[in-house]
Design a protein around this ligand. Structure first.
Ligand SMILES: Cc1cc2nc3c(=O)[nH]c(=O)nc-3n(C[C@H](O)[C@H](O)[C@H](O)COP(=O)(O)OP(=O)(O)OC[C@H]3O[C@@H](n4cnc5c(N)ncnc54)[C@H](O)[C@@H]3O)c2cc1C
Length: 172
């Protein structure tokens, strides 16, 4: 079971200037805490899962919590507002024109489902933006990339309706 955790700005990866790796470079330090709402969602999901299994005839249920986070996402969040998003909706790092981010770090939340396909679709979409910027329009290689583009356009332009969507470059 996967619950969608809330974005929390205190959760972050930082450089620890006091600890060094074998190459003499400062180590990364990870700060991560669940919010009260995250823990509540986890308990609710667990209760629901158990009740479904009991309804299906299970005699007993066992929960094995995974004490790590596999979906480490959101450390470089993408968004419309510069105030809370270092990466713009095209994947470009704000303030450095030729720096693009195309991995899971741009997703604002880890979602309630496995993220890899969304990460890949978004990376294809950003790749197309990079190619467009370089004056070399890319062919759309994956239908998922197009549907992700459409969803993101809906989020970015909630009031623009279909005209907002038609502004999004289409696959050719
Ligand atoms: C145990 C586990 C199970 C998971 N199961 C699932 C699942 O079932 N389904 C699902 O959708 N997701 C799953 N995930 C999550 C998924 O693997 C990640 O969300 C996804 O791989 C993140 O993609 P990414 O491109 O952001 O980063 P990554 O896949 O981590 O890619 C980063 C790459 O950068 C490379 N790299 C790092 N530093 C450097 C450097 N300095 N120079 C050059 N290269 C560097 C790394 O070697 C790596 O290849 C799981 C994760 C874990 C840990």
């Amino acid at each position: 079971m996967i619950a969608e955790d809330q974005p929390r700005s205190d959760n972050r990866v930082a450089i620890d200037p006091r600890r060094f790796d074998v190459h003499g470079l400062p180590r990364a330090s990870v700060t991560h805490r669940y919010t009260t709402r995250d823990l509540r969602a986890r308990r609710a999901l667990s209760r629901l899962g158990r009740s479904i299994l009991r309804e299906a005839g299970a005699i007993t249920t066992v929960a094995l919590p995974i004490r790590t986070f596999s979906h480490a996402i959101g450390t470089m969040r993408m968004g419309a507002a510069a105030a809370d998003s270092p990466v713009d909706p095209d994947g470009r790092f704000r303030g450095i024109d030729n720096l693009w981010v195309a991995d899971g770090s741009v997703l604002p939340t880890a979602a309630g489902v496995n993220p890899s396909l969304t990460i890949a679709a978004n990376a294809l979409r950003i790749g197309r933006r990079i190619a467009d910027t370089a004056g070399r329009p890319a062919r759309c290689a994956h239908a998922g990339a197009e549907s992700f583009t459409t969803s993101l356009a809906r989020i970015d332009s909630p009031t623009e309706g279909r005209s907002g969507l038609s502004a999004v470059p289409r696959c050719t």
